[in-house]
Design a binder for this molecule. Sequence first.
Ligand SMILES: NC(=O)C1=CN([C@@H]2O[C@H](COP(=O)(O)OP(=O)(O)OC[C@H]3O[C@@H](n4cnc5c(N)ncnc54)[C@H](OP(=O)(O)O)[C@@H]3O)[C@@H](O)[C@H]2O)C=CC1
Length: 433
Amino acid sequence: MMTAIFKAKCGRICGSCMTLLVKREPIFPTFPDRYCYQGNQGCRNFSTSRRRPFIMKAWQLTEYGSNKNFRFTDNAPMPPIIYPNQIVVQVCAASVNPLDVMMREGYGASILNRQRDPTGVLPFMEPNVNELPLVLGRDCSGIVMETGLNVKEYKPGEEVWVAVNPYKMGTHAEFVLVTNSEISHKPKSLTHVQAASIPYSGLTAWASLVTQGGLNEKTAKGKRVLVLGGSGGVGTFAVQLLKAWDAHVTTTCSRDAIPMMTSLGADDIINYQAQDVKEQLKRVDKFDLILDGIGGDTEKYLFSTDYLKPWAGAKYVTLRTPLLKNADSLGLTDGLLKSGMSLAGNAVKGLASGIHYRWGFFTPDGMALDKMASLVDRGKIRPVIDRVFTFDQLPAAYEKVEQGHARGKTVISIAEKRTEIDDSSSFTSIIHA
Ligand SMILES: NC(=O)C1=CN([C@@H]2O[C@H](COP(=O)(O)OP(=O)(O)OC[C@H]3O[C@@H](n4cnc5c(N)ncnc54)[C@H](OP(=O)(O)O)[C@@H]3O)[C@@H](O)[C@H]2O)C=CC1
């Protein structure tokens, strides 16, 4: 009975292993129209050449450590569609994030790498997604290559942008496997390189300001927001989003980033290297929201009614949480416990004086990506690109992000035409091989 239903839906199933075959438009002529993804030996429907798994180019991390542990291969297994809501995306461009650099060194491995989770309490994780060798990379812009049977919103050949779930990765490769909740149609006005600069850091800013901060198009108007670390990937997006919603934005950055922050619309800019931030902030009105992308001592003095409006719903949202660090050093259970206690301690301390303390996390959200694409296409938000590297220069891109002092995003062009990279409408400077 099941076989009959599957046959009616997709035409064919693998004659040997009963794997569902997924319909594919013939836009990638190098691949057969239909094949058994499992590549099982003995599948009668297919010739020998179609049984083997397909392969792709990718940068694999063989051991946690430094750039020396990256290996370029053109022989990585191409991710197969297993569930009907999955989509294979051909990656045209991907960004490199501080988290990629930290994960290269093993950060977050106790939570983000299921192979290291001895308790197995994270059953929602897809098996074998994160085991070494790891393909890092959290977002991209690309083209839908093929879709699972339940995917109705996307068709092969369509341009999409992607930010994968926190426990997944893999955009630093030719192809990445995603679900329909992790993607959205790419803004039409952007090239792939430009689009790839936004999803991960943009969704982090979105989750912090909207989900944790309680702001939106209607409520943000006139609100006073402080963005700490405005010149990085998250900061440049957050400032633009807030200005698109008519908030009053104060930000901190180094001197050379001031012209960029001015052009993004920041109302007040504090050069944190030359000025005493605490003293400068005491001279202005208190804030409705502080978005902290810096952490450390900053939190100790700015999470206070000296800077936030008490008893008015004011919030302090920090992106620098101890969660993954604690889990790595103490183990999953103790790490989660210690982190939870630290969060609760700050939350209680804040509530006693009428201010809220929250952790901001990147959250995959296809609907938010839709809204972000609309803002981009309406000219309200521009991609801010620090440097563009070619695919073969990936280790150099990691070095760039490792050095800090980001001015927007570092992007890797994987399958984009050279001419598309050069676009004076964004802050793009290009590195040529
Ligand atoms: N919790 C989560 O889910 C996520 C957390 N994050 C975290 O958020 C933070 C920001 O991320 P992202 O924007 O991608 O990082 P970037 O590296 O792109 O940017 C960080 C920016 O902060 C600036 N900066 C550093 N120190 C200060 C300071 N004291 N005051 C003001 N600016 C400063 C840097 O420039 P310069 O040094 O020249 O001033 C740089 O422009 C990172 O710590 C990251 O790990 C990011 C994404 C998700």
